[in-house]
Design a protein around this ligand. Structure first.
Ligand code: PGA
Length: 252
């Protein structure tokens, strides 16, 4: 049975005190209110990962939004997967569309970052997704195929078990426009099939595929009912404890 995972990506938001308050609220609410088996992951700005990692417990884990591909060295301003691991986090988002778009991250670079994450016994949340223009000219499957194959197909079957894939159509991120459940399910099934062709059914059946892009408590129930949607990567709605915990609770 593949894991169901709801992750909150706080992006570049919150003061330290506000981040601590949000963490303790979410941890307490999940432990008090949530009886399901989905895992919750809090992904604060990297400066707060250490503190958040020490506050999570039970089925709540922590992660980072990005890392450098090297273990250490003269890379001023960067942080490595080894450092993230040493602070107690378990997940690292790799290839969020904002990293691809604003920081020029390519599939080839992301493949190296995935390697670094896995070499440090962390789980990579590997993001993929098409832009509106790409969907409008019906190129989305082609784009997704290159993102997945160039970023992940060098991995072994064993390594692939430590990767979560997040499908986030760029046109749905922070826009209030969610992909319909049918649109998301179609892409999730396509991704699972790509993984099956490369790694076999035993691996692909166990890969958690999250949907991301304007997920809210009121659309989560329907999205989570689709057979290949195994959770969500949540941005805006993860910045408040109530709205985020209600999304987790939508996963029965
Ligand atoms: P959003 O962001 O939920 O605010 O659309 C999702 C994401 O970028 O991961």
């Amino acid at each position: 049975m593949r894991k169901k995972i709801i992750a909150g990506n706080w992006k570049m938001n919150k003061s330290f005190d506000d981040a601590m308050a949000l963490t303790s609220e979410v941890v307490n609410m999940i432990n008090d209110e949530y009886k399901g088996s989905a895992l919750t992951v809090l992904i604060p700005p990297s400066l707060y990962v250490n503190s958040v990692s020490r506050m999570v417990k039970g089925n709540v884990f922590s992660g980072a939004q990005n890392c450098h591909q090297e273990v250490s060295g003269a890379f001023t301003g960067e942080i490595s997967a080894a450092m993230i691991k040493s602070c107690g986090a378990e997940y690292v988002i790799i290839g969020h569309s904002e990293r691809r778009q604003y920081f020029g991250e390519t599939n080839a670079l992301l493949a190296k970052k995935v390697d670094s994450v896995l070499a440090n016994n962390l789980t990579a949340i590997y993001c993929c997704g098409e832009t509106l223009e790409e969907r409008e000219v019906n190129k989305h499957f082609e784009v997704l195929k290159s993102q997945i194959s160039e970023g992940l197909f060098h991995l072994t079957n064993e390594q692939m078990q430590h990767v979560v894939v997040a499908y986030e159509p760029v046109w749905a991120i922070g826009t209030g426009k969610t992909a319909s459940t049918a649109q998301a399910q179609e892409v999730h099934a396509f991704i699972r099939n790509l993984l099956k062709e490369k790694f076999g059914a035993a691996v692909s059946d166990n890969v958690t595929i999250q949907y991301g892009g304007s997920v809210k408590a009121d659309n989560a129930v329907e999205l989570f009912s689709a057979p290949d949607i195994d959770g969500a990567l949540v941005g805006g709605a993860a910045l408040q404890s109530r709205s985020f915990v209600d999304i987790v609770k939508a996963m029965k």
